[in-house]
Write a protein that binds this ligand. Structure first.
Ligand SMILES: [Zn+2]
Length: 93
């Protein structure tokens, strides 16, 4: 499959299935919803392996799925369908 086709399909998926979540305190949000320990800081930087861009945690977006589950998403969502599990440390480059 061509990467462009995949990205386009996923953007449509995200915008139709998921509803953006507005967050006022992003650090508190991470402490509640981040799936791993230790919880990352807003100042941390990772590489999203879906869009291959370097992202700052402070720029993350959150979407709520139909099942009520909240996904911590790449700052480039919905164009990128990467979520928190796709964020890799820069030293793994
Ligand atoms: Zn991404």
């Amino acid at each position: 499959m061509r990467p462009n086709a995949s990205v386009k399909r996923n953007a449509a998926y995200l915008s139709s299935m998921l509803e953006p979540v507005h967050i006022t305190d992003k650090q508190a949000f991470l402490e509640e919803h981040y799936p791993f320990t230790p919880v990352v800081k807003l100042t941390d930087v990772f590489r999203c392996i879906h869009c291959i861009e370097v992202i700052r945690v402070a720029d993350f977006k959150a979407y709520k799925g139909e099942n009520g589950f909240i996904y911590i998403c790449c700052p480039n969502a919905p164009e990128c369908d990467g979520t928190v599990i796709d964020w890799m440390p820069l030293d793994m480059d």
